[in-house]
Design a protein around this ligand. Structure first.
Ligand SMILES: Cc1ncc(COP(=O)(O)O)c(C=O)c1O
Length: 327
């Protein structure tokens, strides 16, 4: 799938897919499995590493030498961009919405260690910065750089394709392990991962519900963004037949808001850790994990209905939440 596209290979693929026996038994889902994109490799991994293989391929094909992207101060996407820039000998400029903290921790500490150049915008959010990215690129070009712009979360067609390819990877693992899930549950931010999985399932004609759990924005807004990403991707790559995507987004787990911990998220993180030795992150997969647990406990997942939880990474942010694990 998409074999002809420029791609740099730095992720450790395929990532494992394995059963969560203890957690499954505890929440009454016999066949509960997990896909481990927290193990995509370099710099603690995560879903953006997979996306960046194609993004950096495109950047190099366009003869760019500098990756420029935007994110919050604790962005996982920025950390992975800094890491792939390091391994592909590119310069990396991170535009971070928020104040520069006195102490560098979590992802930000890693960004600095990876050699990224960071510019803080105390009065801006990732959303406002994202909108200004084109203007900032013009300034960088005026300075004589050959930059490549990556919007927040690599939410762009070339960042959607890798998750269609990931669905192909999963499809091979389903056959190999004889595990065919009725549903896949994942956390959603900018929507590119969800868009790619939906696209891949369509291209492979797979019958599986893909449930996105939004961590910040209302479901309708996310659905529009995912629809737009799929349409733009279909337009760009003639090998995909146009289709009307079925997009499911659940906004019941936003809780107190983006990156805000609540008791539910804390207990989801602790259940995964204490039953499976797996760390979820506080911002994304903690909410996805909470959704899975609540759906199962509410009886919305039948005990014999095979279910896959998609881990998208993000663990370095754990080190900025010292209140975790105290109970
Ligand atoms: C750990 C983690 N999971 C999920 C997501 C959401 O992915 P997407 O932006 O493709 O929806 C992100 C985005 O930054 C992330 O860092």
């Amino acid at each position: 799938m998409f074999d002809g596209l420029p791609r740099e290979r730095f992720a450790f693929l395929p990532t494992p897919m394995h059963r969560l026996k203890n957690l499954g038994e505890s929440i009454g889902v016999n066949q509960l499995w997990i896909k481990r994109d927290d193990l995509t490799g370099i710099s603690f991994g995560g879903n953006k590493t997979r996306k960046l293989e194609f993004v950096v391929g495109d950047a190099k094909a366009n003869k760019c030498d500098t990756l420029v992207t935007v994110g919050g101060v604790q962005s996982n996407h920025c950390r992975q961009t800094a890491a792939v820039a390091a391994v592909t000998s590119m310069r990396c400029i991170l535009l971070l919405g928020g104040e520069e903290p006195e102490e560098y921790t979590g992802n930000l500490l890693l960004d600095r260690m990876l050699g990224a150049e960071m510019k803080f915008f105390p009065d801006e959010s990732v959303f406002t910065l994202n909108k200004r990215l084109d203007g900032i690129m013009e300034t960088l070009i005026d300075f004589g750089l050959t930059p490549y712009a990556i919007p927040a979360g690599a939410a762009m067609p070339v960042g959607v394709v890798p998750y269609a390819v990931a669905m192909d990877e999963l499809n091979s693992q389903f056959k190999e392990k004889n595990f065919y899930p009725d549903r896949i549950i994942l956390a959603v931010g900018t929507g590119g991962t969800l868009a790619g999985l939906i696209l891949g399932a369509h291209m492979l004609e797979l019958d599986v519900d893909i449930i996105g759990v939004t961590v910040a924005k209302p479901a309708d807004e996310v659905k529009e963004e995912v629809k737009d990403l799929i349409e733009r991707t279909v337009q760009l790559y003639p090998e995909i037949e146009a289709f009307k995507p079925n997009i499911t987004v659940d906004d019941n787990f936003i809780g107190k808001g983006y990156a805000q911990l609540d008791d539910g998220v804390v207990s989801a993180i602790e259940m995964f850790a204490r039953m499976e030795g797996i760390f979820l992150d506080p911002v994304y997969t903690g909410k996805g994990g909470l959704a899975l647990i609540r759906m199962a406990l509410a009886g919305n997942i039948a005990s014999d209905s095979p279910t896959l939880f998609y881990h998208t990474g993000g663990e370095p942010a754990l080190f900025t939440y010292s209140e975790l694990g105290q109970k």
